[in-house]
Write a protein that binds this ligand. Sequence first.
Ligand code: WQD
Length: 338
Amino acid sequence: MEKILVTGGLGFIGSHTAVALLESGFEVIIIDDLSNASKEVLTGIQTITGVLPEFHQIDLRDKEAVSQFFKAHTDLKYAIHFAASKAVGESVSDPLLYYENNLMGLINLLNPLVSKSSGVIFSSSCTVYGQADQMPITEEAPIKPAESPYGNTKQIGEEILRDTVAAHPQLSVVALRYFNPIGAHESAEIGELPIGVPQNLVPFITQTAIGMRAQLSVWGNDYPTIDGTCIRDYIHVVDLAYAHLAALKRLIQKQQKMPFEVFNVGTGKGSSVLEVIESFERVSGQKLNYRIAERRAGDVIQAYADTTRANEVLGWKAQFTLDDAMRSAWKWEQKVRG
Ligand code: WQD
């Protein structure tokens, strides 16, 4: 079976995708710089799949190290590229870190691949749409000026890929625009491991419930939505992993009509912050301690996906519900911190 490079493969989405690839019979090689992941994740992957993937600690900004890696793996043709910094707030305070890590990393990955028949799946984000004018959001929705350097690196990353496939017809690319990944593998052997105070809603909920955080602040309930809180498309990380598998099979079977394709990856359903809290309380059987606080700068009011293209072209559709995802997130939190 094909050998697949997974960059950032010890991260939240990368590790779940590595499991899905291994379970499908692919050989997986993981590159990770361990800046936002720990090597123990390898053990979690092995526990679930029975396979310990080949691992190399490499910083994709190190062009020489990347070049040496590809010289030692000349048969590598496919890569799923997760490795990037992804904290919106940090990107505002340290933009050069984000432009160097996210863009130089991508460029150093592409250089060894463009001269052979190859395929790359790029981890993009719904953040490229900013506050879209219409819901649900289709892939044709206009790309809005980025709200953060992080979001800008996703937009520029897609442009780099478009230009590169135009110049190098042997390379094919699928960009997956994730909505809000949440949850954990049902085994609770792998999951989300935010470093420090979580910025994202679901890890903050589970850390509050387990007693690590005193109280969840709901950032604003005066938005023009069903209950005043922001709406997002929360997708189970295992569903997201399966979307990468579907995209990879499309690349390998050379079914693409265009060398650069984009797909929204979400559930197609919007949930408010209060609905997520209600889901957590339902699946955990415990009340969550939260307060209504002021709005968070930069939040869009609502964002949820039109997934028609992924459903029809990739033959992929999210299967898990919000309750499934919250149940798995809680099981993971209890395993890691309980
Ligand atoms: C969701 C909702 C918050 C925390 C971010 C990135 C995006 C993508 C997904 C990488 C919002 C509210 C949150 C809290 C809260 N990441 N919230 N209290 O902002 O939609 O997207 O993560 O690709 O690029 O921007 O996700 O989980 O931070 O927030 O009320 O303590 O929860 O205001 O309405 P977001 P989030």
